[in-house]
Design a binder for this molecule. Structure first.
Ligand code: FES
Length: 175
């Protein structure tokens, strides 16, 4: 029988029970589905995110153990890919393109206004959970730069101060 001391020690060394969003069985099912895929870390992370809506931090230990990777590597991959996230997304997602063509068309000058109107910085979600504001790296609308995308549905090109205000108002409107 385990002693209370041993259980406490295991909790300190195992982060997973402390993460309420973590579901060991769900992550195991994703790992099993990719058991035969070589180099499968990225698709596994996408499937974990598809299940939870984000990558729970508590899943990192299980993923690292199962895939023979370090936890630092898992953290690095999630941090590197902009479409992977550690937190749940807002009810709406506004993606502002900051790639080359949009930069040449002046998107950097619009970023502070977008962040002010939305109420959070690029890469964050508003405190009320209404909007996630993301940087995008080319939306395929370079001829209409600068461009933005709301919920993978509404595309707005040739952004200026006026259209940014309209776009954020639309993003704030409940669907
Ligand atoms: S660089 Fe922004 S849409 Fe292509």
């Amino acid at each position: 029988m385990e002693t209370g001391h041993r259980r406490r020690r295991e909790r300190v060394h195992d982060e997973t029970p402390l993460d309420p969003t973590y579901d060991h069985a769900a992550v195991e099912a994703v790992l099993e589905a990719h058991r035969r895929d070589p180099g499968r870390l990225l698709p596994i992370l996408h499937d974990v995110q598809a299940h939870f809506g984000f990558v729970p931090r508590g899943s990192v230990r299980q993923l690292a153990r199962s895939l023979g990777r370090s936890r630092a590597e898992i953290h690095g991959v999630v941090g590197f890919y902009h479409d992977l996230r550690w937190e749940p997304a807002g009810r709406r997602t506004l993606r502002l393109c900051v790639a080359e063509s949009c930069q040449a068309a002046g998107v950097r000058a619009l970023v502070p206004l977008v962040e002010e109107l939305v109420g959070c910085r690029l890469g964050e979600t508003t405190l009320d959970g209404a909007i996630t504001l993301e940087a995008a790296y080319c939306l395929g609308l370079c001829t209409c730069s600068p461009a933005a995308l709301l919920d993978d549905e509404t595309v707005v090109g040739r952004l200026d101060e006026s259209s940014v205000r309209e776009l954020v108002t639309a993003a704030r409107a409940e669907q």
